[in-house]
Design a protein around this ligand. Sequence first.
Ligand SMILES: [Zn+2]
Length: 348
Amino acid sequence: MKSVILAEGKKIDSLHIGEHPVPVPEKGEVRVRLKAHTLNHIDLWVLTGSPAYSVPLPHVMGSEGAGEVDLLGEGLDPAFSFKPGDRVVLSPGQGCLVCELCRSGFESLCPSYRVLGGHLSGVFSEYVCLPPSRLLLVPPNVDPLLASSVTLAGATAHQGLVVRGEARPGERWLVVGASGGVGHLASLLGKVLRLDVYGTYGPEKKRTILSRSMDIPLVSHNDPDWPEQVMKLSGKLFDGVLDTVGGATIPRVLPMLRKGGRAVVVGETTGSLTQFPTRELFGRQISLHGVYLAHRSDILAMLEWVSRGSLRPIINNMGVLTSIDILKGAYRRMLERDFVGKLGFVWG
Ligand SMILES: [Zn+2]
């Protein structure tokens, strides 16, 4: 079977496609034949040697994937009733499953929370063996690429907007960075939830692609006066802001919130903030939430919206992974932020 391997030196050029025997599930594991994968920023952090994801080499890449149950190992937990042929998506993050945080659905807060491909061996392989607690059933009408696309990024969007942000129908929300993996899914989810969504994007060429996929007012946050442009379009303050850009944008988004508004921060791609606008925070009683990854309940919620046809993620399908150059090119596009939505590939 083929796998995407990072062999030596944490850089994109060190990737290759390796050939290995198909793994046999150990006791308590299920073997999944993977069909499709989507890329995540965690892949880039691994490739650039981020200390948060310091993996030993060689390392199998990838956090997101979907396929079907292929073979059951012995001694499976009877709480799970998967059978060969079941269509499944992988739940990338998992805690210890037994602590109070895990049992109450907040497993990304568990001290033992580990992400496939980030802390553990990844899933960009034709076959992978995992405990069944890492698998979620996919509705019959959702193809593997779509299912994969709403695992990490989609779940983060759901956790930020719905669980932590407590967005309610009719509210006005701004998504800063609406063209990225989490941002475009949050914008699409916002429309499904009947929010009045506004979005910002970076380079001008992304506007056309975004406009085709979502009918929301858009402003480029590369323009120095973008907050003024957003407020001119909106005409009133926002109930909530979901900021996927973070860092430098925080002092500019907090004044755009109404009294008692909510700011949800899910990234820091514009660098760390050196001065925090404390007065904006307490003076107008704003709630500030940090969201980092999510829970399986978020993945299930997103799969349900996709299954109903209400939410259609933007996926740049690179096709069958016939050459590692396809994936190297995709990671370079991620580094240069030269795409909208998600990047994905399938096995032949
Ligand atoms: Zn736990």
